[in-house]
Design a protein around this ligand. Structure first.
Ligand code: PRX
Length: 629
């Protein structure tokens, strides 16, 4: 059931997917180009965890994203590139040109020593070269690990080491808005440790002066000239070969490298893109997500190219040079489908209606959002002011680990309900369980959100640490994949996501593990210990409140912690509030009672729940006195 074009068909497809999941997915998979067909559609177990889809099949992702569109769409624009600075020129890259660029990049990587299965780190701004680099890896069977440009040297280093990357592709530097990001310098710092990186390929983008280490660092442009070609054949990949690694935060320790497969990821992202957004041939699609996140991978690069769509790739920020920027882009390129994050909607809403004056947004047909709950007020603003009350808003729920959208309305097909992601897509079996892991069968219900049956794009492992993958997702509730989210389900079976129930924060749609952040803060020599919790924030969704134990009364502690976090993780993880405390609420076994800290951070000082297991209740009074509201 590749095309779902009515509510009835959605219901029917859902039933088909329950009755015969293998036939359901095989039928969708037939849309694609396979070098060799599969022998078996699915085999899996959740305990121990293993998953294979389309076993025995051979394919290449880029043949499906590029080559197969050429007979019909050679001159069709694949990428409309909008630079950070609106005074610079828009670039349009056709499917034919994109294939040539990808082949040139692929040729360069091979000639310079990248082999099938090697891990290649991509640390780039949102420019076409980033897409060329990703697709070039896919063309030759190298595994890309894209690192968000906002991450600092230490985070880059951790990821390079974990994935034992041999190549890095970066740029000299880039502007995001008026802020300069010294990409190459960050890479240089990351490479101060001993890593397996042999070569660093540097795109000249900001044309700023950078350090180039002899025999390690090479400018991309002369190499590309040297290896320019119109075509190289796509390598033959097994269905289950890894396409990429993407790091994401968990509730403990360092970020984990989520590994996605080739075939399952391809089939699922294309299917979900087509049906959720009801993409039609000729639509112009604009997703604002950075390629450093999963939304950037799945719905800014792979899925739209798999559908032969025209996508807008935007380098800049929504407020530079002014908060009309996105709307200017929508008007200029007559964007039909627009996909963004609730935080961005809220921050633009705060500018009022002025930035929208005189903007022609009438080309818009479908709006989408992802990453965090979209609150009522923001929903209405988005619906009325951006969509002129005629565009459905698909509130899409999914995760880095699921690779693609699992719960969503389908535009113009199934109803959109403010603050609800609504229903699981056909092929997706979500359940709610209570704290004992009992599946809740009746409606309405409220519980922990789990997946009861694998989707093709579910993560296969966490890189180099399968035990961690099993522990993180498959051990909490037997025979279920646990998402880490809580949710409610209404009478009609619509899901409303209430947020993370583990120690992961969702700040402006970015996942930040509290343990990772506390580790960074604790590096400060004057900090004895810290505990980080989230609190409701009007723009970011969730803000970061850090309680730090320090006996030194230094005025500069806050600024120093900010600098430290920026250096260790990146600016996105800087706490909004830092309170110096003398102690933290603990149980007798020494465990910090975060539940209480969360309430305090929220300004709730009366109803703190059960405090009988606290060792020393006086610490709470002390914290209350110094609360930052
Ligand atoms: O808590 C959920 C929230 O974002 C988490 C996944 O984060 P990440 O892996 O970074 O992927 C974000 C982009 C797919 C989820 O566990 N989340 C995602 N979408 C929604 C959401 N919360 C509420 N509503 C959504 N639509």
């Amino acid at each position: 059931m590749w095309e779902i074009t009515s509510a009835d068909l959605r219901e029917q497809a859902y039933q088909n997917s329950l009755d015969n999941p293998e036939a359901f997915w095989a039928n969708i998979a037939e849309q694609f180009t396979w070098q060799k067909p599969w022998n078996k559609v699915l085999s899996y177990s959740f305990s121990p965890y293993h998953l294979t889809w389309f076993e025995g099949a051979k394919l290449n992702m880029t043949e499906n994203c590029l080559d197969r569109h050429l007979p019909k769409h050679k001159d069709k624009v694949a990428i409309i590139f909008e630079p950070n600075n609106p005074k610079e020129k828009t670039k349009k890259i056709t499917y034919e040109k994109l294939l040539q660029e990808v082949c040139t990049w692929a040729n360069m990587l091979v000639q310079e020593g990248v082999k099938k299965g090697d891990r290649v780190c991509i640390y780039m701004p949102m420019i076409p070269e980033a897409v060329y680099a990703m697709l070039a890896c896919a063309r030759i069977g190298a595994i890309h690990s894209v690192i968000f440009g906002g991450f600092a040297a230490q985070s880059i280093q951790d990821r390079l080491l974990d994935a034992t990357c041999t190549f890095v592709i970066t740029a000299d530097g880039a502007y995001r808005g008026d802020k300069f990001i010294p990409l190459k310098e960050n890479i240089d710092q990351a490479l101060q440790a001993k890593t397996s990186v042999q070569k660093v390929i540097v795109c000249q983008h900001s044309h700023s002066e950078v350090f180039m280490q002899k025999d390690r660092d090479f400018y991309a442009e002369p190499l590309l000239e040297k290896y320019r070609t119109d075509f190289i054949p796509a390598s033959s990949m097994d269905a289950e070969d890894a396409l990429f690694i993407l790091y994401t935060s968990g509730s403990t320790g360092k970020p984990k490298g989520v590994v996605h497969s080739t075939a399952g990821y391809m089939v699922y992202t294309a299917y979900s893109f087509k049906n959720v957004f009801q993409y039609q041939d000729g639509d112009v699609y604009f997703c604002t997500a950075d390629i450093g996140w999963i939304t950037g991978h799945s719905y800014n690069v792979y899925a739209p190219l798999l559908l032969g769509a025209t996508l807008v790739l935007f380098e800049g920020t929504p407020t530079y040079p002014n908060p009309s920027r996105w709307w200017d882009i929508v008007e200029k390129h007559k964007v039909n489908i627009f996909y963004t994050a609730p935080t961005a909607i809220r921050s633009l809403m705060a500018f009022g209606d002025e930035p929208l004056k005189g903007k022609d947004l009438s080309s818009l047909k479908v709006l989408g959002c992802v990453g965090e709950p979209l609150n009522q007020e923001a929903w209405h603003w988005y619906f009325e002011k951006i969509g002129a009350s005629k565009c459905p808003i698909v509130d899409t729920w999914w995760q880095t680990e699921t690779g693609g959208i699992l719960i969503s309305a389908m535009a113009h097909i199934s109803p959109c309900i403010p603050t609800y992601a609504t229903k699981p897509l056909p092929g997706v079996q979500m359940v709610l369980v209570d704290e004992h892991g009992e599946v809740l069968h009746t409606n309405p219900a409220s519980g922990y959100l789990c997946l009861a049956f694998p989707v093709p794009s579910l993560l296969r492992t966490t890189y180099n640490d399968h035990a961690r993958c099993e522990q993180s997702y498959f051990k909490t509730y037997p025979n279920l994949y646990f998402t880490g989210d809580g949710a409610q389900r209404d009478e009609a079976g619509n899901y409303r996501i209430t947020g993370r129930v583990d120690d992961v924060l969702n700040v402006s749609g970015h996942r930040i593990g509290t343990a990772e952040l506390e580790d960074a803060i604790n590096l400060h020599p004057k900090v004895l210990e810290s505990a980080v919790v989230g609190f409701a924030h009007p723009i970011k969704g969730e803000g970061i409140y850090a309680f730090v134990i320090s006996h030194e009364d230094i005025k500069t502690l806050g600024a120093e912690i900010h600098a430290l976090v920026q250096k260790q993780i990146g600016a996105i993880a800087k706490p909004d509030k830092i309170q110096v405390v003398t102690g933290l609420p603990r149980t007798r076994s020494g465990k910090i009672m975060r539940r209480i800290l969360r309430k305090l951070a929220q300004g709730e000082t009366e109803h703190l729940g059960d405090t009988s297991t606290l060792v020393d209740a006086s610490v709470i009074d002390a914290i209350k006195e110094g609360l930052l509201m």
